[in-house]
Ligand binder design. Structure first.
Ligand SMILES: C=CC1=C(C)c2cc3[nH]c(cc4nc(cc5[nH]c(cc1n2)c(C)c5CCC(=O)O)C(CCC(=O)O)=C4C)c(C)c3C=C
Ligand SMILES: [Fe+2]
Length: 490
């Protein structure tokens, strides 16, 4: 394909022409049917330009609503689509246009007819102490949280029952200390509302849904509402900046399972933002919070910035290929680069918190590092929760209470903690940009493949599985040594 005006050859295989009904004067290129996203097209264009050593100017424009008069649009960097209403006097009703040297290369689907949905995925948390054990059951029944070999999968539910009962007293203590329940639902609802407003301000009308993995409102409830609202394009945004098999991965797998069994969802164009830890808006928002909190210390330059991430079992990263640790380290390097560019060259360190169970988790462990830092004479510590964007039990109880106390006992004199991002406007605005940028790559997610879920299983088969699973778990429990190990490590 030859790019208009520039003489640059572009290898955009499968890039097709289409005329839309609403803009008959415009010959459009639809990106809809292809799996590559806007960024990969940009890379492709840039590579071609570099190879041919010809200058290439690409402008990406998102969310062109209807327009009349001519207007000179701003050129922007490759990764930053802009919202514009007018383009060269033509009228667009499209979600995005790709422009090369002033020529429209591609315009995608018709936004006037789209009903856009954004699905925020999160973990969920017990709202009352009564919810704690069933919440824990849901969590441990997830095969992405307790990864059993295939042969032992039938033990998943009885094991979840056992572990949730053993863990519940300790968890309840934690939730009681923060007011009797998790604030996650309230905060995520607030973020959803703020995101809807931010999208509206960027000329995208969208419904924003919240789907929790282990407590209300469950992902299934959100999915039900999306279908009821007859959404025609969906962006899935897990509220975890870094991807882990145990968090975003688990929620996405659940979605795939639901979608594959439903004709409406199998056809629905969906775009999933798997991780977004490297986004400039997020990095800058985190740096803003850290910069502000450093000022509460009498000697800000002396403060050790202590990133505390939620851990995962080591085997996730080393055996199952979880990118979580790599993404975490990259994320922290980006935040520190940003701080350095602002003249804040403080020392920093990263550790992992909240381990559960007898296996090895990502190291170093937060509690051990706090003690070591105290021994090394560090006097000022600023804790930065980094794997989550709202307050929850692990910030409000574990960091603010347990780790603070440990730090003070270990010789640290001044302790501070950066709040979670919550509804910080620069952050929400960046999430809105992420949604807008993701829209062009929405494509049908499911290949109607059959997935075997417990819910679909024959009830007799299910009962047999539960029966033998329970017996086996019971036998395991009779081993006093194993029982002690389990109880002490949960
Ligand atoms: C990126 C964040 C998180 C990862 C990774 C993660 C992995 C993970 N978690 C458990 C076990 C528990 N997590 C619990 C609560 C909890 N976990 C996260 C985030 C991540 N988990 C959050 C934000 C919360 C708090 C939710 C809230 O109620 O506010 C709990 C329950 C609380 C407790 O008893 O400590 C457990 C248990 C595992 C096993 C795991 C990786 C395999
Ligand atoms: Fe967790």
């Amino acid at each position: 394909m030859k790019a208009m005006g520039s003489g640059v050859h572009l290898k955009l295989s499968g890039f097709c022409h289409r005329r839309t009904n609403n803009s008959p004067e415009l010959s459009c290129h639809s990106l809809r049917a292809f799996t590559f996203n806007a960024t990969s097209i940009f890379h492709c264009l840039r590579e071609d330009s570099q190879r041919s050593k010809k200058p290439l100017e690409i402008v990406a424009i998102s969310h062109l609503a209807s327009a009349g008069s001519s207007d000179n649009f701003t050129k922007t960097s490759l990764h930053k689509p802009v919202t514009k209403r007018h383009l060269n006097g033509k009228t667009f009703f499209s979600t995005e246009a790709y422009v090369l040297d002033g020529e429209v290369l591609g315009v995608s689907s018709d936004i006037a007819q789209e009903r856009v949905g954004v699905l925020l995925l999160n973990l969920g948390g017990p709202e009352t102490l009564h919810d704690v054990q069933p919440f824990l059951f849901n969590l441990f029944a997830d095969p992405d949280i307790i990864r059993l070999p295939r042969l032992f999968r039938f033990l998943q539910q009885p094991l979840a029952q056992l572990i949730s009962v053993l863990r519940a007293p300790k968890s309840k203590e934690g939730y009681a200390a923060i007011g009797g329940g998790s604030p996650l639902r309230r905060i995520t609802d607030e973020q959803a509302r703020a995101l809807r407003v931010a999208l509206e301000e960027k000329n995208l009308h969208a419904n924003v849904y919240v789907g929790m993995r282990y407590w209300h409102p469950f992902t299934e409830e959100a999915i039900h509402q999306i279908k009821k609202d007859n959404i025609t394009k969906l962006v899935v945004l897990p509220l975890y900046p870094q991807f882990s098999i145990s968090t975003s991965g688990s929620s996405i797998r659940l979605l795939q399972n639901i979608f594959s069994g439903d004709a409406y969802f199998a056809r629905l164009p969906v775009s999933i933002i798997e991780s977004w830890y490297q986004r400039e808006g997020y990095i800058k928002s985190m740096a803003d919070l850290i910069e502000k909190e450093l000022l509460s210390f009498s000697e800000p330059e002396e403060v050790m910035i202590f990133f505390s991430a939620h851990g995962v079992p080591l085997s996730y990263v080393e055996d199952a290929g979880d990118p979580y640790r790599d993404q975490m380290e990259e994320c922290i390097a980006l935040i520190m680069d940003e701080l350095e560019s602002r003249g804040i060259p403080n020392n920093h360190t990263l550790a992992y918190q909240s381990r559960v169970g007898p296996v090895q988790w990502l190291k170093p462990y937060t509690d051990e590092v706090i003690v070591e830092l105290g021994q090394k004479g560090v006097k000022n510590l600023l804790a930065v929760p980094i794997s989550f964007v709202s307050e929850h039990i692990e910030t409000l109880e574990e960091i603010d209470m347990e780790y603070k106390q440990l730090a003070l006992q270990s010789g640290i004199k001044n302790w501070g903690r950066v709040p979670a991002l919550g509804c910080t406007s620069s952050f929400i605005s960046d999430l809105a940009d992420a949604v807008i940028e993701a829209l062009p790559s929405a494509s049908a997610m499911s290949s109607e493949k059959d997935t075997c879920r417990d819910a679909d299983m024959d009830p007799v088969q299910y009962a047999i599985k539960m029966f033998f699973g329970s017996i086996l778990t019971f036998i395991l429990l009779l081993s006093p040594k194993l029982f002690c190990v389990l109880r002490n490590s949960l």
